[in-house]
Design a protein. Structure first.
Length: 277
């Protein structure tokens, strides 16, 4: 099987990919979870959230779209099968459902999850606070808007822990997130020669195969299910694959920082389309 990111193919083989192990057996052992986070730059917890809560959010999001637009005829809101039609509204603009979704009371209630807050406190070894800005990502087969390889530290400041929550099942060919193994340990000088523009400390590259070849590291992946949770630190290199099937990928990103830290000002307001961070 061949997968791609930004329309650049990469063989889905053991040379380039390795499966992310879940850390569910350590869910009650926070010190061990933290060790994995420090060592790998991320942890993966299956079925962390109630599946029904996740699917309700997915249904709520797609219900915000006018009928007979992005959803394929005869399919359900929860399925989220793409019709292939152009919605005709700039993604994330005030007229787009994604803009209303991140400001909805339904989403705000969900992200106040005590279970998630407690986990973040333990992983940070201090009391944390959730940043206001919640990012929603909506990928479909025709969008080609997968994220280039990057580090979150290139886009925000502070000791940020990011939670990536997929709103619905997300197999590899639906455009899931991938992490470059042990990349949180790489020094910036090692990475700089591979940036899209030399010394541009934003996007690293849109060629995941080339970066894997040059750094001799594989991309970590999983076939994510509704209810799964990923948490990563600011320094692990990650990207997303292209969505190559009809099933639309929907995900949100919620970030936490220690309460003693001042938040990056860019993360104190609601997300909107066109944000470059």
């Amino acid at each position: 099987m061949i997968v791609s990111s930004h329309n650049k193919s990469i063989p889905f083989t053991e040379k380039y990919f390795t499966r992310i192990p879940d850390s569910n057996s350590y869910l009650e052992n926070f010190s061990t979870l933290r060790k994995y986070l420090i060592n790998d730059g991320f942890i993966y917890l299956k079925n962390f959230f109630n599946k029904e809560d996740i699917l309700e959010l997915r249904e709520f999001y797609f219900k915000l779209f006018p009928v007979n637009t992005i959803l394929k005829d005869g399919t359900s809101l929860r399925e989220g099968i793409c019709s292939g039609k152009n919605f005709g509204v700039v993604y994330g603009s005030e007229d787009h459902p994604a803009y209303r979704f991140v400001r909805s009371e339904k989403l705000k209630k969900f992200i106040k999850s005590k279970k998630l807050a407690i986990l973040m406190n333990h992983l940070a070894e201090c009391k944390t606070k959730r940043l206001k800005r919640v990012v929603v990502r909506h990928l479909c087969k025709s969008s080609r808007t997968s994220a280039k390889a990057h580090r979150d530290s290139q886009w925000s400041t502070g000791n940020v822990l990011s939670s990536w929550i997929v709103l619905g099942d997300c197999p590899v060919d639906s455009g899931g997130i991938v992490y470059l193994e042990k990349s949180n340990k790489l020094k910036l000088e090692k990475i700089k020669p591979h940036f899209l523009k030399y010394y541009d400390t934003k996007w690293i590259t849109d060629d995941l195969k080339d970066l894997s070849d040059k750094l001799k590291k594989r991309w970590c992946y999983a076939n994510f299910k509704a209810g799964d949770l990923l948490i990563h630190d600011p320094d692990v290199i990650h990207a997303s694959l292209d969505s190559n099937n009809e099933y639309m990928r929907l995900s949100i990103e919620v970030r936490f920082i220690p309460v003693k830290e001042s938040p990056d000002s860019r993360w104190t307001g609601d997300w909107k389309g066109g944000d470059r961070y």
